[in-house]
Write a protein that binds this ligand. Structure first.
Ligand SMILES: C[S@@+](CC[C@H](N)C(=O)[O-])C[C@H]1O[C@@H](n2cnc3c(N)ncnc32)[C@H](O)[C@@H]1O
Length: 272
């Protein structure tokens, strides 16, 4: 019985890895712990859960909620956000004056990253309404629902770094928390997207700038390479990629030029 259970857990680990890139091979006991409540609810074993997942594709949404780590906050790693809004975007706008610029916040969790970008874009005073479109995506539907609501509890982790002036200007106090103003909300759209699903990423289309921060740290080298190749395909020539500080892809040499501004680093896709 015990062997069967372990085999089921290994199989589940493999299925999860193939589906979304999360890899618990060295931490099977953690995976077991994360799944325990759900399996008790369903009254089934690991092995039976594998079959259940195959027969019930919506169950992947439940798993995404159980397994993903969604920690995020406004104004996170601000040097990258400031560099993007005050240098990269104005340069891109010079080149593409007649169409909106597109930014993709991949793995955006509950929306703090794309909303911060929208606020900083407004702060520059260089972008008329409709000239920048931001899309935030994540694999976890629940965090996206929170992002859509754009309401955050006042005592929450979300506000740990936000400057007072942005809080005052772009939020209004409501029901013990803060609601983001409609001018910022209308700059950002949200959509469910699994970074390992090439059909979904292809459908998203080409963008000028991608933020994909603090998610590659959960992937192994093989998955990281796969995701970076896909982001490369989604970027227009001369487009920019921002990764988290702990997520250098220098070793992968995948058609990006690294830009080190002194305060931060990011990548540029080679122009054609
Ligand atoms: C730690 S949060 C990062 C949020 C934000 N980018 C930041 O830097 O603050 C990581 C996010 O990656 C998402 N994620 C994990 N695997 C994913 C996948 N395969 N496709 C899309 N999103 C994924 C999680 O749901 C989670 O919301």
């Amino acid at each position: 019985m015990e062997v069967m259970q372990d085999h089921g857990l290994l199989m589940l680990n493999q299925m999860i890895y193939e589906y979304c890139g999360l890899n618990y091979t060295d931490r099977l006991s953690i995976l077991k712990e994360k799944l325990a409540k759900r399996l008790t609810e369903l009254g089934i074993s690991h092995w039976e859960y594998c079959r259940y997942l195959k027969a019930t594709p919506n169950e992947w949404d439940v798993l995404a909620e159980l397994l993903t780590i969604n920690e995020t906050y406004f104004y996170r790693e601000e040097n990258q956000l400031l560099e993007c809004c005050s240098i990269v975007l104005p340069q891109l706008r010079e080149k593409h004056k007649t169409r909106p610029l597109k930014i993709w916040s991949a793995a955006c969790s509950s929306g703090e990253e794309p909303y911060t970008l929208a606020m900083l874009i407004q702060e520059t005073d260089k972008f008329p309404s409709g000239s920048v479109e931001i899309i935030g995506t994540d694999i976890n539907k629940k965090v996206l629902q929170k992002a859509e609501k754009a309401w955050y509890h006042s005592g929450s982790f979300a506000f740990r770094r936000i400057p007072e002036n942005l809080l005052k200007k772009y939020f209004s106090e409501e029901n013990g928390g803060y609601q983001i103003n409609s001018e910022i909300r209308k700059m950002v759209q949200f959509q469910e997207l699994n970074l390992l699903n090439t059909e979904q990423t292809a459908q998203l289309g080409k963008v000028d700038v991608i933020f994909c921060r603090n998610v590659l740290i959960y992937f192994d080298q093989v998955t990281t390479k796969r995701v970076i190749q896909c982001l490369h395909q989604n970027l227009l020539p001369g487009g920019y990629l921002f990764l988290g500080h702990a997520e250098s892809i220098t070793d992968l040499a995948l058609g990006f030029q690294k830009i080190d501004s002194g305060k931060t680093f990011y990548y540029r896709k080679e122009p054609v």
